[in-house]
Design a protein around this ligand. Structure first.
Ligand SMILES: Nc1nc2c(ncn2[C@@H]2O[C@H](COP(=O)(O)OP(=O)(O)OP(=O)(O)O)[C@@H](O)[C@H]2O)c(=O)[nH]1
Ligand SMILES: [Mg+2]
Length: 638
């Protein structure tokens, strides 16, 4: 069974509701006020099953829209999910303003198929009908209602009378044909239900309705309501008024929801699977201005309509600062209220005052980067606009560069199923365009750049800090600006290729743990021996260094190494001791404590045999080390 949504369109009073009733037996005008005034105010619904030409069943859902110019806003809430339009033109009136506006809207929304219906044929004679037909043919020329595609026969124009029933069979025939030919909405993709009605049903609680524009929704499924992120559970599903286990894309759907009050939901919100998508305030689009519109200035504010949602948006033009009538350009829409939109969604923009439709287009990116460079953005949007899925995924990963794009995020950005993302990713990996580390997709070029910048950063660091064993992982990651996942993966690749070594937290070039040359090794021994044999009566460091074969810088490096390894200990700016001598001193202090708990400077000098110049810094060192504590002129040995 194929499900197709058919929308009406056309000027007020041209017979849309009467036509839907003549076809389905259902009066789509459900409001008391509509019945009283004899006009449609809000969208209404009806359904019909017809046998498809091939014998299958076509399940047709009708969305009947109001023609009144004041209710175009409601019309827009209904037209978003339609597959097929019935453009209704009364034979006794011909083309009127909302005939044009609704037709413009259908074109901007890229409705691909439709049938033009000349209603009220009983009110005109044959000649008048022929004249109207000619006028209408002229009006439709070159549009999807003339010929949907080059290799397709002309779309029909059918004259009917809802009053006498004339032409209805011919129209049903045309509907069967067209509905059979339209591409069915994808019921395997992620479900999205733009809400068009919310109400309470006695004994059920909250019920929402909408045209399921993609995917399948099952009983007991959990969904998220956007914007706001409210989680709800589907307690029951109805399709075309009948209880069902599931609703599939292309069906008029009613859901009984648990976990949410009626007041928390409204027309314009969207139901989708939980924890995948985000509402957005900024959307990059391809925007077309109608030939009948006035030129559009950069930063113009407009009414924006996407599916059932509407809000005010500011248009930031990416190209020239003004868009001419009939032109198409890339732009960013900055929404007043957030909404869940996805690439491929169609939208309509209307002027703030007077409120008329001026243009529309298609969403390219609902997760724009904060400050992309102009050239990069242009290239990116061109790929999104014209590229195939594989190219689009490659571009989305490429713009994230070393940050990478996780499969989960790619799903949220594109609205594609995880399997689809993974399938395209696998091909791109095979082609060497992307690399995949766990769930993370990274452009191969960015990985190559990251590899070399990482190795170079480590090398630079080691050159500048020869005596430090390497750079810490966190510091390195901050310097190369990669996401933790990508950084870890690339680090791993470099280790595998023996381009770097990792020990604990430290990253270094291989074999560059600090290695000393022979002369340096010899000098190191000399220094160590000089201090070791001196005990506490240490020589001045500069005198020791002066006696070495190596130059000053290298000598300094050796000292730094000895200090780092705690062979030598610096206790003041001038004084350096061998660690053995200091350990020995501690022991002697401990031994003295057994005899007397106190010691003064003179006694210390006697005990150690050092001059005052050494005694004071040594005692201060012992204080710091908590071997002694100064009390007046004395030290208490701890
Ligand atoms: N004689 C005749 N009258 C018709 C026909 N179709 C509709 N009407 C009448 O035209 C009037 C308007 O019809 P509707 O079906 O309400 O028109 P509509 O296009 O739905 O109007 P809106 O929803 O307000 O835009 C009603 O009084 C209908 O009875 C027809 O085929 N023949
Ligand atoms: Mg009506």
């Amino acid at each position: 069974m194929k499900s197709v949504i058919i929308g009406t369109a056309g000027h007020i009073d041209h017979g849309k509701t009467a036509l839907v009733k003549a076809l389905t037996g259902i009066d789509a005008d459900r409001l008391e006020e509509e019945k009283r005034r004899g006009i449609t105010i809000d969208i209404g619904f009806a359904h019909l099953e017809l046998p498809a030409p091939g014998g299958d069943t076509l399940r047709l859902g009708f969305v009947d829209v109001p023609g009144h110019e004041r209710f175009v806003r409601n019309m827009l809430a209904g037209v978003g999910g339609i597959d097929l339009v019935l453009l209704v033109i009364a034979a006794d009136e011909g083309i009127k303003p909302q005939t044009r506006e609704h037709f413009d809207i259908c074109r901007l929304l890229a409705v691909r198929r439709g049938i033009t219906v000349l209603t009220k044929s009983d009110l005109v004679d044959g000649e008048t009908l022929d004249v109207v037909r000619l006028e209408v043919e002229e009006f439709l020329r070159g549009s999807f209602l003339d010929k949907p595609s080059l290799d397709h026969p002309k779309s029909p124009i059918v004259a009917v009378s809802a009053l006498t029933g004339a032409g209805l069979d011919e129209l049903k025939q045309a509907i069967r044909q067209a509905a059979d030919e339209v591409t069915a909405k994808d019921s395997t993709s992620l479900p999205r239900l733009p809400i068009d009605r919310v109400f309470t049903m006695k004994g059920f609680g909250t019920v929402v309705t909408g045209t399921l524009v993609s995917g399948t929704i099952r009983k007991d499924q959990e969904l998220e309501a956007f914007p706001g992120g409210r989680r709800v559970r589907v307690r029951g599903v109805q399709v075309h008024g009948r209880t069902a286990d599931q609703a599939v894309a292309g069906e008029r759907t009613a859901l009984n929801l648990a976990g949410v009050a009626t007041e928390e939901l409204a027309r314009g919100m969207m139901l989708a699977p939980p924890a995948i998508f985000h509402s957005t305030w900024r959307v990059d689009v391809s925007l077309s201005l109608l030939p009948s519109a006035r030129p559009l200035k950069d930063r113009a504010r407009v009414h924006l309509h996407v599916y059932t949602a509407d809000t005010v948006a500011e248009i930031v033009l990416y190209g020239p600062k003004q868009l001419a009538p009939g032109q198409t350009a890339f732009a960013q829409l900055r929404l007043t209220d957030p909404a869940l939109v996805l690439p491929g969604d169609r939208f309509i923009v209307r002027q703030l005052s007077p409120v008329v439709t001026i243009g529309g287009g298609v969403v390219l990116d609902a997760s724009p980067l904060p400050k992309p460079s102009k050239e990069m953005l242009g290239d990116f949007l061109r790929v999104l606009d014209g590229g195939d899925a594989r190219q689009i995924l490659a571009a989305r990963v490429a713009r994230r560069s070393q940050e990478g794009l996780s499969v989960a995020r790619a799903v949220g950005e594109t609205g594609w199923r995880k399997e689809a993302v993974e399938r395209h990713a696998a091909r791109l990996v095979q082609e060497g365009i992307l690399l995949k580390f766990g769930d993370m997709l990274v452009p191969a070029r960015a990985v190559a750049e990251l590899k070399s910048s990482l190795a170079k950063t480590v090398a630079d660091f080691q050159q500048r800090n020869p005596l430090v064993s390497g750079i810490s992982q966190e510091e390195l990651r901050e310097r190369v600006k990669a996401s933790p996942e990508v950084f870890a993966a690339v680090l791993h690749l470099l280790v595998r290729d023996r381009k770097i070594e990792v020990s604990g937290d430290v990253v270094r070039l291989p074999g560059r743990g600090v290695v000393l040359k022979d002369e340096e090794a010899e000098s190191k021994k000399i220094i160590e021996a000089a201090f070791s044999t001196a005990g506490l009566k240490v020589p001045a460091l500069k005198d020791v260094l002066a006696g070495l074969k190596v130059d000053k810088a290298r000598a300094q490096k050796i000292v730094t190494l000895l200090l780092r390894d705690k062979v030598l200990v610096k206790i003041s700016e001038e004084l350096v001791f061998h660690r053995g001598a200091l350990d020995d001193l501690r022991q002697r202090m401990a031994a003295r404590k057994a005899k007397s708990p106190n010691i003064d400077v003179a006694q210390f000098k006697d005990m150690t045999g050092v001059s005052r110049k050494y005694a004071i810094p040594l005692l201060e060192y012992l204080d710091r080390e908590r071997v002694t504590r100064r009390v007046g002129d004395q030290r208490v040995i701890l």
